[in-house]
Design a protein around this ligand. Sequence first.
Ligand SMILES: [Zn+2]
Length: 235
Amino acid sequence: MEAVDRCDDRTVIEGIEFEDDDGVVVVQVRPRRPKKGRCGRCERVSPGYDNGDGRRRWRGLDLGTVKVLLEADAPRVDCREHGVTVVAVPWARHGAGFTRDFENQAAWLATQASQSVIRALMWIAWVTVGRIIARVVAERGAGVDPLEGLRRIGIDEISHLKGHNYLTVVVDHDSGRLVWVKAGRSKKTMAAFFDDLGEARCAAIRLVSAGACQGVCVSNSTWHCSDDYPIFLPR
Ligand SMILES: [Zn+2]
């Protein structure tokens, strides 16, 4: 079964049920090493605190048109840095109501498809997509530098919260990954990206494709722009 395959070796499947009333598949899971509770925020091994709110569910990737929910205990630990916190689970990011795979797919789709396509495919609100993207990017920012080794990038904006708020997103065309995101779509927002990138890595970029608005912001002395296409090449 697909949902089972997707769980990595840190997750044990305890049972699978089909709930007729809601038409959903519920997969009961637990971390492979449940005794070693880790803080959900920093993943440090921490002493157990209590059972939290009991069983919890996370939405996973659908099986065809059937919704899949992962269900597990969500006890709390007492982290010496973060205090009482829900335990870390291998299948989901801290504070998320979706699995890691679900969020990765939604974040990738946000860079490839329209809002209506994402809503229809994933059955989630656009505001939720914004939160998911923030979590995905925050995680990628921890430990590894997602801006390392970039050659061909795409810069675009997506709106959320009924179109009145914008996120500027940068994707790596070579890996297809979302590598940077920030609220806003102004020159200042783009400047923040190029600051994060730094001069040396900026010089290594071979191609930037950009939406109309961002185009203005990246066409500085380092780049020249084709008038017909939103693509920038190094001088
Ligand atoms: Zn912690």
